[in-house]
Ligand binder design. Structure first.
Ligand code: SF4
Ligand SMILES: [Zn+2]
Ligand SMILES: [Zn+2]
Length: 310
C-alpha cells in the first residue's frame, strides 16, 4: 500500500477520507487538523495563559505535545499543565507520573489539584458513601468544578481539554438518552461565557478520531496510561462507544456526520439564553438555586459542601 501523498510505504488506511498514509504524512495530517480547528474557531490569542488539562491518557498527552509544537505561532502565550487527581486508587497514580514525565521533558510547568484538597473527599471515598450507579456523573460534575478552580488558581484565561470526536458524539447521545438536551450547548469546541463568569473552555482535538489519537501517540513515542479507570466499566458511555465503533466500521465518517448534527443542534439551543444565579451554598454560578457540585456532595449524608476558593 502506497501513501496517497508521498508514494512511500503507507502504514494506515484512513477510510473516512479514502486515503492511505505513511507515518510522516499521518503525523503531519493530525497536527494540521488540530491547527485548522484552532484557527477555524479562533481558539487562542497571542497573550493567552492556557491551562492544558492533562490526565496522563493518550488524548491529553497528545494535546499537550501538539500544543507545545504549535506554540511557536503564539510566542507570548503560556502553557501550564494542570492535572486533577480524583483519588481513584490504583489508577490515577500511574497517570500522574506519566503526566509529570512528559511535562518535565517538554519543560512545561505542571500543577496538581486533588478532589481531596478541593472537596475534602476522594472519588473512591465519595462512591463508597452513596448507592447510585453513576460514578462518572459524579466524577464529571466535580472534575468540571476542579478544573475551573485549577484554571483560576494558575491565572489561566483558557482551559484546554483533550476531548476527541468520539467523546463528543458519545456525550451527545448520552445527553439525549438521559434527557439532558440543554447540555448540548455546553459542549461546543469553544465554550465561552460572555459575562466572564467561567474560564473559556476549548477542545482542539474535537475533530480527531480517538483511534487516530492513539496511533499518533504510538507513532510519536508518547508514553500514556493504558489501563482503564475501574469505575468506567459501569458507564453507559462504554456501550455507546462500542455501538458507534461498529457503525463507523460499516459506514465510514458516520461520527463526523453525527458531530456536525450535534453542532447544528447546539447552535439552535444556544439561542435560548439560560438565566444564571449564584449557588446559595458555594456562590458559584448555576441555573437553579444550588449548583450541581453542592447537590451531589450534599446528597451524601456525611459530606458537607465546603468548597470555597482560596
Ligand atoms: S471513567 Fe468515570 S469515574 Fe473514571 S475518571 Fe473517567 S469520569 Fe471519572
Ligand atoms: Zn506520505
Ligand atoms: Zn454550590
Amino acid at each position: 500500500m502506497q501513501c496517497t501523498f508521498c508514494k512511500s510505504h503507507a502504514f494506515y488506511r484512513r477510510e473516512h477520507e479514502g486515503v492511505s498514509l505513511c507515518k510522516r504524512c499521518f503525523t503531519k495530517s493530525i497536527e494540521n487538523k488540530v491547527r485548522k480547528t484552532i484557527s477555524e474557531y479562533e481558539m487562542f490569542d497571542y497573550k493567552d495563559i492556557i491551562a492544558v488539562a492533562i490526565s496522563g491518557g493518550k488524548d491529553s498527552l497528545t494535546l499537550l505535545s501538539i500544543l507545545n509544537r504549535l506554540k511557536m505561532r503564539f510566542p507570548l502565550s503560556k502553557l501550564i499543565a494542570i492535572t486533577i487527581d480524583e483519588g481513584i486508587y490504583g489508577y490515577r497514580e500511574e497517570a500522574i507520573s506519566l503526566a509529570k514525565s512528559l511535562t518535565e521533558s517538554l519543560g512545561i510547568e505542571h500543577k496538581l489539584f486533588s478532589f481531596k484538597d478541593l472537596f475534602q473527599v476522594t472519588l473512591d471515598e465519595f462512591l463508597k458513601k452513596q448507592n447510585e450507579l453513576a460514578p462518572c456523573s459524579y466524577c464529571g460534575v466535580l472534575r468540571r468544578r476542579a478544573l475551573e478552580i485549577a484554571g483560576r488558581s494558575v491565572g489561566a484565561n483558557k482551559i484546554v481539554t483533550g476531548h476527541n470526536l468520539d467523546d463528543e458524539v458519545q456525550t451527545m447521545l448520552l445527553n439525549i438518552l438521559h434527557g439532558g438536551v440543554d447540555r448540548l450547548m455546553r459542549s461546543s469546541p469553544v465554550l465561552a461565557d460572555p459575562d466572564g463568569r467561567f474560564i473559556q473552555r476549548v477542545k482542539p482535538l474535537c475533530y480527531l478520531y480517538e483511534r487516530e489519537i492513539a496511533l499518533y501517540a504510538y507513532v510519536t513515542g508518547l508514553k500514556f496510561q493504558h489501563i482503564p479507570c475501574p469505575h468506567g466499566s459501569r458507564a453507559l458511555r462504554g456501550e455507546i462507544r462500542d455501538i458507534l465503533n461498529s457503525l463507523e466500521d460499516k459506514h465510514p465518517s458516520l461520527k463526523y456526520t453525527a458531530f456536525s448534527s450535534k453542532m447544528k443542534l447546539s447552535h439552535i439551543i444556544a439561542n435560548h439564553k439560560v438565566q444564571l444565579n449564584s449557588c446559595r451554598i458555594c456562590g458559584e454560578w448555576t441555573s437553579g438555586d444550588m449548583c450541581e457540585v453542592c447537590r451531589v456532595l450534599l446528597e451524601n449524608r456525611e459530606i458537607r459542601c465546603l468548597i470555597r476558593e482560596a
